[in-house]
Design a protein around this ligand. Structure first.
Ligand SMILES: [Zn+2]
Length: 237
């Protein structure tokens, strides 16, 4: 999916999207493949403060150059677009997990880190301390579902193509904390993919037939009617 097309689609869902200058060209091209993409990976940042977090995921670390994701989801639900293309977020993961994501079947537990996930997954970092205590606000969870929804709709994937870093790579715990679970994120993503149809409005009562008013008789008709009655009476008398 094109990066600009993606951010516009998320914005159209009512999410505030902040595009970092140059994000469409910010990637790890030349350090491995990008694509074919098979899914969406969610992370937490282990950072505090949105501005500091944006800077970290944009630049990365000395031993892990940025971008560290495609988009960073702040605690207030804003999506900061960081990069597009190959990003340093997924690392090596389990090929059986990748196979399950492609087949959209039940995920096995990751057992070996042997296959490059940065080529295969869109990645979203969400601002959270990652200590298992820092809560996940509803606005942030909504945007996590929104980004997965836009990508699944585009690629014709189900919500089973949305996984957490902890489901991909041995040794990872993200995302975690009060209010977040990958089952919950997938459920919310699926609800966007398959909105429940609104109940039909109650059937309105059938319109009563229009009342037919008798056509008033003309004067001539009334006179003729009376004349007839008089003639009858006279005939009887
Ligand atoms: Zn992660």
């Amino acid at each position: 999916m094109d990066g600009k097309q993606f951010s516009d689609a998320v914005r159209s869902l009512g999410v505030k999207v902040i595009e970092r200058p140059g994000y469409l060209q910010h990637n790890r091209e030349g350090h491995g493949n990008w694509g074919p993409v098979n899914g969406v990976l969610h992370h937490h940042t282990v950072t505090k403060g949105t501005a500091a977090t944006v800077s970290i995921v944009d630049k990365g670390y000395a031993d892990l150059p940025g971008p560290l994701c495609h988009g960073m989801i702040a605690k207030n639900g804003d999506l900061h677009m960081i990069g597009w293309g190959r990003a340093n977020h997924a690392g090596l993961g389990d090929p059986d997990v990748l196979a399950a994501v492609i087949a959209e079947t039940t995920l096995p537990k990751p057992k070996r880190n042997t296959i490059d996930g940065n080529a295969r997954f869109y990645g979203f970092e969400s601002e959270n301390l990652g200590d298992g205590k820092d809560p996940w606000p509803a606005a942030q969870l909504r945007t996590m579902a929104a980004v997965g929804f836009v990508l699944c709709r585009y690629h014709k994937w189900s919500e089973r193509s949305v996984i957490g870093h902890l489901e991909w790579q041995v040794g990872k715990v993200d995302p975690r904390g009060p209010g977040v679970s990958m089952a919950g994120i997938r459920k919310a993503t699926g609800a966007l993919l398959r909105p429940v149809p609104k109940p039909k409005p109650p059937a309105t009562a059938p319109k009563p037939p229009p009342v037919l008013h008798p056509v008033p008789l003309t004067t001539e008709a009334r006179v003729a009617l009376l004349e007839g009655r008089v003639a009858k009476l006279e005939g009887k008398g």
